[in-house]
Design a binder for this molecule. Structure first.
Ligand code: HEC
Length: 129
């Protein structure tokens, strides 16, 4: 089998979609913080008062209104699509799977087809207050 960055997660996602119970069991074994560092940290700071990256700071994002990090300039697409929305784990899951499907034209160039990877990173975000 070809070992590219994409083939393994895609395959894992296909297997894991078979059952939600399997997804959460697998998520428990994934280190969300490590995934955050590898997948998100290049664009998103998370330390308090850290300098702004390409994306907004994500400290305390779960439960917060979308698009409200002071001083960050959100795309018009984001502001329009997410006005009045709050980041729940469910909305984050949808966002990380395919940001363009939530806010077409958003500046966030990332997508994560693996439900277990999304669950792990969201679990981590919940803990960072
Ligand atoms: C290539 C850079 C990049 C990567 C990688 C990236 N993001 Fe983003 N993200 C952005 C940008 C840019 C925005 C602002 C989107 C806009 O204004 O359209 C954003 C916005 C967000 C928002 C909305 C924040 C708010 O203030 O409402 C969340 C949540 C988010 N990203 C989570 C993540 C997570 C979690 C990861 C890793 C799994 C990730 N992002 C990976 C660039 C990135």
């Amino acid at each position: 089998m070809r070992k590219t960055a994409w083939s393994f997660p895609a395959m894992q996602a296909a297997v894991l979609l078979a059952g939600a119970a399997v997804v959460s069991a697998h998520a428990d074994s994934l280190p969300g913080e490590k995934i955050y560092k590898q997948h998100c940290a290049a664009c998103h700071a998370i330390a308090p008062d850290a300098p702004m990256g390409m994306g907004p700071n994500l400290r305390g994002i779960v439960g917060r209104d979308a698009g409200k990090v002071p001083g960050y300039s959100y795309s018009p697409a984001f502001k329009k699509a997410l006005a009045g929305e709050r980041w729940t784990p469910q909305l984050l899951d949808k966002w990380l799977e395919q940001p363009q499907s939530v806010a077409q034209g958003t500046y966030m160039m990332y997508q994560q087809p693996d439900a277990a990877v999304r669950a792990a990173v969201i679990e981590y975000l919940v803990t960072v207050k």
